[in-house]
Design a protein around this ligand. Structure first.
Ligand code: ARG
Length: 583
């Protein structure tokens, strides 16, 4: 469906043409004086300069050519503005179309296109901590948005499964249990199917090994060698690696599931490894690489750089490849397997330079097509109330599991205390509210900004919060269920200004989603549903809905709040949470 702004702009262009002026002056914008009008056109002012006459004359002539039935207000005002308010007829027809069209008639701007969203990025064998939260939340939301807008969207978790942490675990395990078959070079297999450790043991082994590395040079050396041998394919180490992967992935899946975050692809850095040799050879053949202090690099500085952009390192002097090499090789794999039109990366904004280097190197080397879009969304930090990166009470790094558990316990207490639902429903209702609190608390901020994690505020049922949005949805659901069958009811002429405001808010869905996608800003969706929920509640408070005696008017009100509720539910799905039945 065409957006309202586009519809009235083309009508305005026609009116300019009919009045004898250049149609290009007919651009309509959302009014910056909502007290006066909803939309406005300032084209007469520019047209007047061109034809050297009074703008108000032009504005009046153009207004005379417009279809008055489209507007409840259409006037030319000094010095030459055209102010517009949509007519009830226009709004009713538009909403009726939205109600019946698929996905509210939002234009599928991504039809036929593919996007890979690289988010999550957890490291195997290390517990997920709050540093991984934003990537998961923002990434999942953007992926759902792209998908809604018609793209084929592939979420790829890009596991950190190939680095030194693997060698550290292997070296530590060897110290503790040298008798295991994995370390016996003469062992010919098969290796046990059961891992020699549990996930909790693994989570203890890694930090122990990591600490040891700092004190014990010999140990550090052994860990490096183990990493190298693993990457070369030593069978015993590969077998340990498989065990670590299996346990770790199962554990991660559990946590991501509880966040309602789901990946289409579970590839990792290790999967990019086979692409590295040919990629590097190709870059050498193209004459793009140079040696610098023993390392093989691609210079990527460009004229006009305001800051120094250092070369992208491909192979370090010790022969190992690094983070950037892996990201480039991963692009080779993605282009081969999915041929995406766009790749979107979500990481902490401290990685911005890394992605700038990688993107430039990828373009130089022709790994992606010139038209392939590459975007990095670098997000800010989640801080505690002291304004410093969020920590546990003891000052340690907060595990994601713990954060979720804390939020859930906090919300559960409210659910139980307010006797919101029956005992059997407490878990499900709590989980939904807690997730809304957590995700909305994050997503309502512009991704690049830091924000303060404030459980009280995020979980409040009032204010600009996830639970407030859920509460609004639940309230409407309850009215609808009291009314009965409502899905087929047509939209009717608004009978008060609150209904009209609500209708106008509903029509902004399409433009909001497009703007959110174009600027990678789910916060625009949050701001939109906060406004929409406000209109719903205002309408609800000012209008007797179920008590209305005129059945037609009542049906119109029901149809309107039903549509608003559907739009709200669509938006929270795009943000990555859902509403309970009761609250
Ligand atoms: N594992 C990385 C880290 O913990 C994040 C990976 C992000 N994605 C990427 N393609 N580099 O920092």
């Amino acid at each position: 469906m065409e957006k309202i702004l586009d519809i009235i702009t083309s009508k305005m262009e026609q009116a300019f043409a009919d009045a004898g002026y250049d149609p290009a002056f007919g651009r309509v914008t959302v009014s910056n004086r909502p007290d006066l009008c909803e939309y406005q056109c300032n084209g007469a002012l520019a047209a007047a300069k061109q034809c050297k006459c009074a703008p108000i004359q032009i504005a009046k002539a153009v207004v005379g050519k417009l279809d008055a039935g489209d507007y409840s207000l259409v006037e030319a005002v000094m010095p030459g503005f055209i102010n517009l308010k949509l007519s009830d007829r226009f709004l009713v027809e538009y909403l009726q179309q939205m109600r019946t069209a698929e996905d509210f008639g939002v234009e599928k701007i991504g039809a036929g296109k593919t996007i890979v969203v690289d988010y999550g990025g957890p490291n195997v064998a290390k517990p997920l901590h709050i540093g991984h939260l934003r990537s998961a939340i923002i990434g999942e939301s953007l992926k759902r948005l792209y998908r809604f807008m018609g793209y084929q969207a592939i979420g790829d978790i890009h596991l950190g499964d190939w680095g030194l942490q693997m060698g550290l675990i292997i070296a530590e395990l060897q110290e503790r249990q040298p008798e295991l078959c994995y370390f016996d070079k003469d062992f010919t297999g098969p290796y046990p199917t059961e891992a020699p450790f549990t996930i909790s043991q693994l989570e203890e082994i890694y930090p122990a090994a990591s600490a040891k590395k700092k004190e014990d040079e010999d140990f550090a050396h052994r860990a490096h060698t183990a990493t190298f041998e693993l990457q070369q394919g030593r069978p015993g180490y590969r077998a340990i690696w498989q065990h670590i992967m299996k346990l770790s992935v199962a554990d991660m899946t559990k946590i991501y599931d509880s966040l309602d975050v789901h990946f289409e692809s579970w590839l990792g850095e290790s999967d990019a490894d086979p692409f590295i040799p040919a990629m590097i050879q190709d870059m050498k053949d193209k004459g793009l690489t140079v040696m610098s202090d023993g390392a093989l690099v691609i210079p990527v500085a460009e004229e006009g750089d305001k800051k120094e952009v250092p070369p992208c390192i491909l192979v370090k002097s010790d022969g190992s490849s690094i983070y950037a090499t892996t990201d480039l090789a991963t692009m080779v794999q993605r282009m081969r397997d999915w041929n995406p039109d766009k790749i979107l990366y979500l990481t902490d904004k401290r990685q911005s330079l890394h992605f700038e280097q990688v993107f430039r190197a990828a373009r130089k080397a022709g790994i992606v097509k010139p038209e392939t879009e590459l975007e990095h969304v670098g997000f800010g930090t989640m801080n505690g109330k002291d304004g410093k990166p969020f920590k546990t009470r003891e000052g340690g790094v907060m595990r994601l599991e713990q954060l979720l558990a804390d939020m859930t316990a906090f919300v559960r207490a409210k659910v139980v205390e307010n006797q919101i639902v029956s005992d059997e429903e407490v878990d499900d209702t709590t989980a939904k509210i807690a997730l809304a609190a957590l995700k909305y608390g994050d997503l309502s901020n512009q991704p690049t900004k830091d924000y303060i994690f404030d459980m009280d505020r995020f979980a409040a049922f009032e204010g600009n919060t996830g639970p407030y949005i859920l509460y609004t949805i639940v309230r409407v659901k309850s009215i609808l269920s009291k009314y009965g069958d409502w899905q087929h009811l047509p939209i009717r002429t608004p009978n008060n200004s609150y209904a009209k405001d609500l209708m106008l808010a509903v029509t902004k869905l399409g433009p909001t989603l497009e703007a959110a996608l174009k600027s990678s800003s789910p916060n625009l969706i949050c701001a939109y549903i906060y406004e929409l929920a406000g209109c719903v509640n205002k309408f609800y408070h000012e209008t007797p809905i179920l008590k209305e005696e005129n059945q037609e008017v009542k049906a119109g009100h029901i149809a309107l709040i039903g549509l608003a509720k559907d739009v709200l539910e669509c938006c929270i799905h795009l943000l990555g949470f859902s509403a309970p039945e009761k609250m």
